[in-house]
Design a protein around this ligand. Structure first.
Ligand SMILES: [Zn+2]
Ligand SMILES: [Zn+2]
Ligand SMILES: [Zn+2]
Length: 103
């Protein structure tokens, strides 16, 4: 069961990040819910976000907005910014924010 919160379009874009390539949603550990980005969580969740610890990176916590596949954090971080299943490009700029989501 996939829980998605906050306002995202049908390809997981939110109002903070809405370029063509901004199509992943990220599941937050604290609430087991997908959000379009860190700001979406901040606005909607009402609690402090928790990052995923390294030993939890086998958890499926990335949602591809193109094919709706759930990727593990490891799969996402080694994907070279392409979905391993549908090969759609992800935004490489997201790497600048990895520390907000992952240990
Ligand atoms: Zn949360
Ligand atoms: Zn957002
Ligand atoms: Zn995909």
């Amino acid at each position: 069961m996939i829980h998605v919160a906050g306002a995202i379009d049908e390809q997981s874009r939110c109002r903070h990040y809405h370029e063509e390539v901004d199509i992943v949603a990220i599941k937050f550990k604290c609430c087991d819910t997908y959000y379009g980005c860190y700001f979406c969580h901040e606005e909607a969740a009402g609690h402090t976000p928790e990052v995923w610890l390294k030993e939890e990176w086998d958890t499926k916590a990335i949602l591809c907005g193109n094919c709706n596949a759930e990727l593990t954090i490891n799969e996402y971080l080694t994907s070279h910014y392409r979905c391993p299943l549908c090969h759609v490009p992800f935004n490489p700029g997201c790497a600048n924010h990895n520390h907000l989501y992952f240990e």
